[in-house]
Ligand binder design. Sequence first.
Ligand code: AOF
Ligand code: ZN
Length: 372
Amino acid sequence: MTGKTGGREGNRADDLKFMKIALKLSRRGMGFVEPNPMVGAVVVKNGRVLSCGFHHDFGGKHAETMALERLAVPGATLYLTLEPCSHFGKTPPCADLIIARKVRRVVASMIDPNPLVNGAGIARLRANGIETSVGLCREQAERINRHYLTFMRSGMPWVAVHAGLSLDGKLTDKSGRSHWITPPELRRCSHSLRGEFSAILAGSRTILADDPLLTLREAGWQGKKLYRVVLDSGNSLPHDLNIFKEQENFPLVIFSSLAAANKGKRVPRHFFVPADADGLQLPAVLKQLAGLGIASVLVEGGGRVNDSFIRQRLFDEMVLFVSNKVVGGRDAVQLFASGAEDLERAPELTGCHRSEFADGSILRGYRKCSPA
Ligand code: AOF
Ligand code: ZN
């Protein structure tokens, strides 16, 4: 969708160059802004960048305000990775600030699906004589904000399944040990991966077997709030486990079955949901997480939990850390142990990206049919 209300069109190559800067900027809010979007803003006049901004953290200033608050820029062009807001939320409408600053032209990557905005930001700019254009780098902008868009459109979090595998798709060796399947270099990356999400989720078996902290200790993520979600249908986690530590920065959320509710709540955010032969009903779990404002979940296993998310097609993305080892063995746990009904219905990834390391690789892709 593009539209003009006077003034000359900008140079396409320049538009692309400045929008790329805005997109790159927007990513600096990654991990800190959810469930709100990552947004980048660049103010340009006569081919020069006058100022820029991005959304730093949840509830903070919007990107447009960061870029325009101390600047009167009559005649400038503003590049935005998302339509400006038109509503009074935690902050006043950015569309009004853009009008007040006398911006001549706004180039935005996409319309904001937030029902409070949904085209009204762009409409207000146009009604005030500002030239607008929407859709430049839309695909890239949508991919960057895939968590936000899924959460806004479906009311459910974006789900990524994460696993460390041998070259032949095993999560463990035949004695059931998993810890050393992925080499140390890749394991470090897997910690940083947590930073991109609002929550990490694991099953009680993994928690009991490994007693992990499931926190985020990598540089660059200080101050980030990361929910730790544990599926414990029987409500029987002993209180001395590491997972009960550090709840201030890493709030613990537990899900147990309705049948285990009589054992009481172990943490303030302890929810009881229906269970069936498969375990806890995962759509009910995800719905509850969405209710906490969690827009993205990284599923970290173990084998059974990953298998349930894959079998029920309740994932949007897969991030696989693949070592160069061939482990083999009929008893070794596989990534998708229950298996597809047939080849045609096997889950498939698209838009895959592979990073190579000395001792393995990281494969990242979206489930075909997922919105990204
Ligand atoms: C952001 N950052 O840079 C832009 C947003 O609750 P509020 O007032 O922070 O408003 C959140 C909504 O504002 C958000 O869902 C989106 O529709 C719009 N734009 N939000 O957090 C930004 N530009
Ligand atoms: Zn705004």
